[in-house]
Design a protein around this ligand. Structure first.
Ligand code: 7PM
Length: 255
């Protein structure tokens, strides 16, 4: 899954893809580089970020979703808002990726009837507060319990089991130690039968391990994505598609 940000304040792309045309070009490039899915996001979930009004989010993402879907690309929409989910589905997106795990009023209903794929992610707190003081008794048990509960709620709302993907939400209300524990538990998370998505690309954890700013985290991110796949992840959400695809292809030949 390649990442296309259509936000003015995204931490690693710095607003370079603010214009729809730039975001569309970026999505096309990611497909050429080997992305099977292109994730379009218009609402920054940066720790401490302010919420984006629904009209502004729609203005950012709809032209991009529509153009990429018309090109035959499998588009996923990264949003927490049911209204954005509905409008993006109408514009042709195939997957709804919700970092809030479809807990917003009306979110499950927005995806259930449409027959789209869904990614349910775990987040402790909200984007505004989540990194203040993340706390768990047992982070692996709590995140797993949350995700299985969301999967069952989605199934009860009418989403087919085969369309549900689970994501532990690296960096979303987690310390580096929480992230490490969750990463090492990916095989257990994958053992429940739902495909698992891992998103670690250019995140703070990679910066902590390498001492590098976001723009220089490609090699670290590729290493983490490769290890996530080896640990059972079915989808990796990445900025650096070409490099990640090469690494996974080499691993598949040599393993
Ligand atoms: C600022 C801070 C901008 C954090 C963007 C981010 C995930 C996601 C994001 C993830 C799924 C980023 C995040 N991360 N969706 N959306 N899983 N499913 O680092 O880990 O890209 S936004």
């Amino acid at each position: 899954m390649g990442i296309v940000n259509v936000t003015p304040d995204s931490f690693s792309d710095g607003g370079r893809f603010l214009d729809a045309s730039d975001a569309i070009a970026q999505g096309l490039r990611l497909r050429e580089e080997g992305a099977d899915l292109v994730d379009v996001g218009g609402e920054s979930t940066r720790p401490g970020a302010a919420a984006v009004p629904v009209e502004e989010e729609l203005r950012r993402v709809l032209p991009v979703v529509e153009a990429l879907a018309k090109e035959g690309i499998a588009v996923s929409i990264d949003t927490m808002k049911p209204e954005v989910m509905r409008r993006a589905i109408d514009a042709g997106c195939a997957v709804v990726n919700d970092v809030y795990g479809f807990r917003a009023e009306g979110a499950m209903e927005a995806v259930a009837r449409a027959g789209v794929g869904v990614v349910a992610m775990h987040m402790q707190g909200t984007p505004g507060t989540m990194q203040k003081e993340p706390r768990y008794d047992d982070v692996v048990a709590e995140v797993t319990q949350f995700l299985l509960e969301r999967a069952h709620a989605l199934e009860a709302a009418g989403v087919a089991r085969a369309r549900i993907v689970l994501d532990p939400g690296f960096g979303f209300g987690k310390t580096v130690d929480h992230n490490k524990q969750l990463f090492r538990a990916l095989p257990q998370l994958a053992s429940h039968g739902y495909p698992v998505l891992a998103g670690v690309s250019r995140k703070k954890m990679i910066g902590d391990f390498t001492g590098r700013p976001a723009a220089e985290r490609t090699a670290g991110s590729v290493a983490a994505a490769l290890l996530a796949v080896q640990n059972g992840a079915s989808i990796v959400r990445v900025h650096d598609v070409k490099e990640t695809v090469d690494a996974i292809n080499v691993w598949m030949e040599l393993k």
